[in-house]
Design a protein around this ligand. Structure first.
Ligand code: NDP
Length: 246
């Protein structure tokens, strides 16, 4: 377990899936945790309740990552509630798997705005409050580096952008003692990418371990990167993909 006592974390898109697992894991390691969501108020409240029943502290804030005003307010509320901000996990994201020629402009904008633009605006707002020892973690994807199947052109391009965002930003905030790293999951069983169904077949086959990953397996890596023992890791792309990109 990493020691996150006295740390405050903000996890975007923390009401379910990978983000919920990250929020619960960071809380278990001692952090006070704020999560954002858009529609899933009940799911977000459940995550908060689970953290509180285990003795932790958490709040849920409705804030669409595409809305700069809402995102800024979420960061301010986190700082006002818990007294600072040490760890930002840019997790909110979506995928609309389709061949490029079938992808509408609206679908392209949606993926770009949540996955990439959202990551930039949340991080910009968070950096106003981050001090030495701060951790910025982006959730990219193994397809941000290599793409095995058709149908992921726009999505993988947004994750490639997230990768370069993290690498570039590490150069801007390193002198302040803040690290920036990109965690790249492979196929993880969530509502976005269920392990059952046609779309799962080629993804499972592409892994070396011949299985989907679990949300807790991503959360474990994020917890390490958020913790004190990762202090010399920055600008890195850390892949947790069951060997998909091997
Ligand atoms: P889910 O769809 O299961 O969960 C997404 C979470 O993000 C929910 O809490 C959702 O809550 C929230 N969310 C969605 N849109 C927004 C928004 N505009 N603003 C704020 N919150 C939002 O996704 P996963 O857990 O599977 O994925 C999480 C991240 O991991 C994404 O960035 C995804 O691209 C990445 N990833 C996932 C992989 C997988 O196989 N599952 C593989 C590689 C990367 P609400 O609906 O209330 O908004």
């Amino acid at each position: 377990m990493s020691d996150l006592n006295k740390k405050v974390a903000l996890v975007t898109g923390g009401s379910r899936g990978i983000g919920a697992a990250i929020a619960k894991r960071l809380a278990r390691d001692g952090a006070k945790v704020a999560i954002t969501y858009t529609k899933g108020a009940d799911a977000a409240a459940t995550v908060v309740k689970e953290i509180e029943s285990a003795g932790g502290k958490a709040i849920a804030i409705q804030a669409d990552s595409t809305d700069a005003g809402a995102v800024g307010a979420a960061v301010e509320k986190t700082v006002a509630t818990f007294g600072g901000l040490d760890v930002l996990v840019n997790n909110a994201g979506t995928a609309i798997p389709k061949k490029l020629e079938e992808t509408t402009l609206e679908e392209m904008d949606r993926m770009m705005n949540i996955n990439f633009r959202g990551t930039m605006i949340v991080t910009q707002a968070a950096l106003k409050h981050m001090k030495s020892g701060g951790r910025i973690i982006t959730i990219g994807s193994c397809v941000g580096e290599r793409v095995m199947t058709p149908g992921l052109v726009a999505y993988s391009a947004t994750k490639g952008a997230v990768k370069m965002f993290a690498q570039g930003l590490s150069r801007e905030v390193g002198s302040r003692g803040i690290t920036v790293n990109n965690v790249q999951p492979g196929p993880i069983d969530t509502e976005l990418n269920p392990a059952a169904g046609d779309w799962a077949v080629p993804q499972k086959a592409a892994t070396a371990l011949d299985r989907y990953g679990l949300v807790d397996e991503v959360a474990a890596l994020v917890a390490f990167v958020a913790g004190p023992e990762s202090s010399y890791i920055t600008g890195a792309n850390l892949t947790v993909d069951g060997g998909t990109n091997a």
